[in-house]
Every structure is written in structure tokens, then in C-alpha cells.
Design a protein around this ligand. Structure first.
Ligand code: AHR
Length: 515
């Protein structure tokens, strides 16, 4: 009963912007789930995060130092750590991004007071005091229970520099670098699951042609070693969907990149690479439709990248890691130039949900993804303002989707129905279905229409309960004065004619378990 009332209130709230117009009838969409053809397991690492030395992503966002008045655990913000633990972050990619190829790992070890100050030339020319370095990052991974993903400097340092950093992190021998690590306070080697061989080598990571990038990857991977039993995966820095045709770059790496263990891909749902990108809040429906349409292009890029990979690796031995993706708008007015700080709305919740659903549809190849970025940068999970912290709608999607970690996906076919704005047309409803480790069937349902409620009809029987995230406006968001404006509430399916039906309010993301 309480659920029904909440749902009715939510639907009423969510349709508020449409009140001036005649109420549009709720269209019905049919969804068929094929449980006879399970796909490859959804690797939990597709729920990964990216954290770069950029703006307030690391400093203030995660690291405040042990002497801060902000409550902290050995320098890490308590509130942020607790929020990240609650969504079971599986992996965090660090230190960049473009920052990685200007980073000398030696700047970030040893007593903090003695570490050199450098200029962060990529992001706002601010002073980087290096108080967050290798020990702070690796210890954070242990605190979060997340796997470490370190991207080495390929653009402006040598393979030997990279090898020495990795040896410092992973060696248990009585050799100089491991001994230095011990003197710096860490006896045991850390476990390093992933090594990124540079970042965007076609751009800020060295401006390399596809051929040069491929041979450079072969060279660096050959020199970088970790103990065999660590099972570290070296990730070749791959193409991007934001800079022309990505396929030749993928092709070159697959052909001549050496023995690839994984290949990365980047794509931002970014309205324009160079010009204005539009605001994160206060936008019109044209930008709502455009952003979701840009998000859905990720599926085309993933499919075409996989097609190239299939040519060279038909056995699908090399996984694809989408280790930067998400929304990218104009940064908030008044925020520090170069800090890429943007608000996060129900539109971003849809970007996150649609992206995760895309990854669920390509689990045979996509084994890791990292949304950009974890705190205070681009499509963040968490925003902070000094001692205050808020969880974004994107965070809530990652929370709702937790049952999909390590679940077995099923093909979901949605009947043809579109949401259209001007020339932009999108599927009205997007669905992902999977059998979770608890044995239950879970559905993730996204209604892309900002005005119309939709009746989603399945052929399933029984009952279904879960949670839904919806907004009262296209730019509904949480702020430091209204931190809980957008949050998930209880949601259930209803049985109609013996079949499970979901009454989805406009612009909403729901995750339910079928009982
Ligand atoms: O995430 C911000 C930047 O976007 C990263 O540093 C770079 O890899 C990408 O172009």
C-alpha cells in the first residue's frame, strides 16, 4: 500500500513540468526476456571509477590529509570513503588521464613535507603538492577493497621509469626499490591488478600516430613486469570516439601492439569537443534529447571496436575496457578554470543507466569500465564543498545497479517505441535483464521520455519489487542546500492479466527483482 502511494506521488511529481499541456496518454511497451540464451557474466569491474589529479577530484574530494578538520581516516575523507564502500567500487583508475603522462612517480613517495611541488599543466596550472602519491593511492584501494589500476607515463618518460615504479609497488625482494618502499612505510608489496600503458596516446599522451602508438605499446609492455602470480593485466591505451574515426587506431593496436592483454576505449557524451557543451543544469529539452542520443552512440562505438577486435582476436581473448566515459558539459559558472566541475542531474542518471545497459549487452568483450570521474569532476558520483558532501543521481544509479555485478545477462527485446524531440529519436524504454548471484532475475528499466509515463509490459509472472529514481524536472539534482532532492524510492511491478507490468514515470530509472 505504502509503495503504491509513494509511486503515485512520484509519478505526479515527475509529470509536473507537463501540467500546462494536455496529459499525454501512457504508451505501452512490450519487453521479452530470453532466459534460454544467457550471455557472458557481467564483470563487476564495469562498475569501475576513474580518479585523476584534476581539480578537486583527489584533493578535497578524497584526500584532505590527516591534519584536516574534515573527519578523515589517515587523510581520506570519512564521508566519501563510506559512500564509495556502500556501492562496492571494484576498481579505481589513477593517476590520469592526461595527468598520467606528465607524472613522475618519484614526486609522490617519501615524507610528504619533502615532496616537490609541480605545476599541473593539464588542469588549471595549479600547484600539485604531491601529498597524494603511490602510498596514498594504493592504501586507498585497500581501504575501499577495490582493485588498483595504475596508468604509467608513456608520453614523457621511459619504459625503465615505468618498470621501476611497478617494481617499487609490487616487488617482495630485498632489492633497492622494494627496500625504499619499506623505508617509506610499506613492508608488503601491494597487489596491482591493472597497469595502463599510457593514456590517450593519440593525444595528450604523446600525440602518436596509430603505428607509433602500437609499437610504443609493444615496447613498454615488454619491459614492464610484475610477479607472475599477481596476474596483472597490462592495458593498451586505445582509441576514442570523440576524435574522428576510432577504428584505424584500434586496428593498428590489434595488429602491431604486441601481445595485448586488454585494450581501452574512451568516449564522452559531449555535445561539442571544442565549442560550448551546454550547461549541466537549466537546459532545454533539445539538450536532454541530444545528450541521451550521444550516450547511445557509445553502443555503436563499442560494437564497431569489437568488430575490429574480432578480426584479429576471434576467440575474444583480449577484453575491451571502456576506461573513460560519461557526460561532459560546460563547467559550473564561477568554478576554477580547468577543474571540469559540473552538476549532476536526473539526465546524468539516465546517461549512467543507458551506458551500463550497453556494457551489459557486450559482456563477451567489455570486462571493465571506468566512469569519468569519481568525485567533483565531470560525471561524478559524489560532489563536495569543503566539509559538505552530496551523492549525485549518478551515484544512486550505481547503487541501484549493484545486483548486476557478476550477474548473468539475458537478452531483453523491447517493442518498437520512440521518444522524439525534433529530429532526435531514441528508444522510449531501455531494459537490461540478468540473473544475479542471489538467484533472482533483475530488470533495469529506463524511461527516456521527460514527459510521458510508460507502461512496460512483460511476459513474466509473479511479483517484482525494487527502487526507482525519478526527477521532478529534467535538471532535478541534489545540491548542498537540498542534498536529498533526488533519491531512490520503493517501486513495484503490478500483475495485470497475470503478467508483470511496470508503470514507469517519465525520466526514470528503476531496478527491480522478480520474485
Ligand atoms: O577525464 C578528463 C580527461 O579526458 C582525461 O584526462 C583524458 O584522458 C580525457 O581526454
Amino acid at each position: 500500500m505504502r509503495t503504491t502511494i509513494r509511486l503515485a506521488m512520484l509519478a505526479a511529481l515527475a509529470t509536473l513540468p507537463a501540467l500546462a499541456q494536455p496529459a499525454a496518454p501512457a504508451p505501452t511497451v512490450d519487453v521479452a526476456i530470453d532466459t534460454n540464451a544467457p550471455g557472458a557474466v557481467i564483470d563487476r569491474h564495469i562498475y569501475g571509477q576513474f580518479a585523476e589529479h584534476l581539480g578537486r577530484g583527489i584533493y578535497e574530494g578524497i584526500w584532505v590529509g590527516p591534519n584536516s578538520k574534515i573527519p578523515n581516516i589517515k587523510g581520506y575523507r570519512k564521508d566519501v570513503v563510506a559512500a564509495l564502500k556502500a556501492i562496492h567500487v571494484p576498481v579505481v583508475r589513477w593517476p590520469g588521464g592526461c595527468f598520467a603522462d606528465n607524472y613522475d612517480w618519484r614526486d609522490g613517495i617519501g615524507p610528504r613535507a619533502k615532496r616537490p611541488a609541480r605545476i599541473n599543466v593539464n588542469w588549471g596550472d595549479v600547484t600539485e603538492d604531491n601529498s597524494f602519491g603511490t602510498h596514498e593511492y594504493m592504501d586507498l584501494m585497500e581501504l575501499l577493497g577495490a582493485d588498483a589500476y595504475v596508468s604509467v607515463n608513456v608520453g614523457s618518460m621511459t619504459p625503465l621509469d615505468a618498470q621501476r615504479w611497478i617494481e617499487y609497488i609490487t616487488s617482495d625482494q630485498k632489492a633497492t626499490l622494494a627496500n625504499e618502499r619499506r623505508r617509506n612505510g610499506r613492508d608488503k608489496p601491494w597487489n596491482l591488478k591493472y597497469i595502463g600503458i599510457g593514456n590517450e596516446t593519440w593525444g595528450c599522451g604523446g600525440n602518436m600516430s596509430p603505428e607509433v602508438a602500437a609499437s610504443n605499446n609493444a615496447k613498454f609492455t615488454g619491459y614492464i613486469r610484475t610477479p607472475a602470480d599477481m596476474g596483472t593485466i597490462k592495458v593498451a591505451s586505445g582509441a576514442s570516439g570523440n576524435v574522428g574515426d576510432p577504428n584505424p587506431f584500434t586496428e593498428a593496436l590489434m595488429k602491431d601492439g604486441g601481445r595485448l592483454q586488454a585494450l581501452s576505449f574512451h568516449y564522452y557524451a559531449m555535445p561539442s569537443a571544442r565549442g560550448p557543451k551546454g550547461p549541466a543544469t537549466g537546459f532545454g529539452e533539445n539538450l536532454w534529447a541530444q545528450e541521451l542520443s550521444l550516450t547511445l552512440k557509445l553502443e555503436d562505438y563499442v560494437s564497431s571496436t569489437i568488430a575490429v577486435m574480432d578480426k584479429y582476436d576471434p576467440q575474444k581473448r583480449v577484453p575491451l575496457y571502456v576506461d573513460e566515459y560519461g557526460s561532459w558539459y560546460d563547467q559550473e559558472p564561477g568554478s576554477h578554470p580547468g577543474f571540469l566541475y559540473q552538476q549532476n542531474t536526473i539526465r546524468d542518471a539516465e546517461v549512467a543507466a543507458l551506458s551500463l545497459n550497453i556494457f551489459h549487452r557486450h559482456t563477451d568483450r567489455v570486462k571493465l569500465a571506468a566512469i569519468a570521474q569519481m568525485v567533483n569532476v565531470l560525471q561524478a558520483m559524489i560532489l563536495t564543498d569543503k566539509e559538505k558532501m552530496i551523492l549525485t543521481p549518478t551515484y544512486h544509479v550505481f547503487d541501484l545497479y549493484q545486483p548486476f555485478m557478476d550477474a548473468t545477462p539475458y537478452k531483453a527485446t523491447v517493442s518498437n517505441a520512440t521518444y522524439a524531440y525534433g529530429d532526435t529519436k531514441l528508444p522510449l524504454i531501455d531494459v537490461s535483464a540478468a540473473r544475479a548471484k542471489d538467484g533472482k532475475l533483475y530488470l533495469a528499466i529506463v524511461n527516456t521520455d521527460p514527459h510521458r509515463a510508460v507502461t512496460v509490459r512483460t511476459a513474466l509472472t509473479g511479483s517484482a519489487t525494487g527502487r526507482i529514481l525519478a526527477g521532478a524536472a529534467m535538471d532535478a539534482h541534489n545540491s548542498f542546500t537540498a542534498p536529498n532532492a533526488v533519491h531512490p524510492v520503493a517501486f513495484s511491478g503490478v500483475s495485470e492479466g497475470g503478467k508483470l507490468v511496470f508503470h514507469m514515470p517519465p525520466m526514470a530509472v528503476a531496478v527491480v527483482a522478480v520474485n
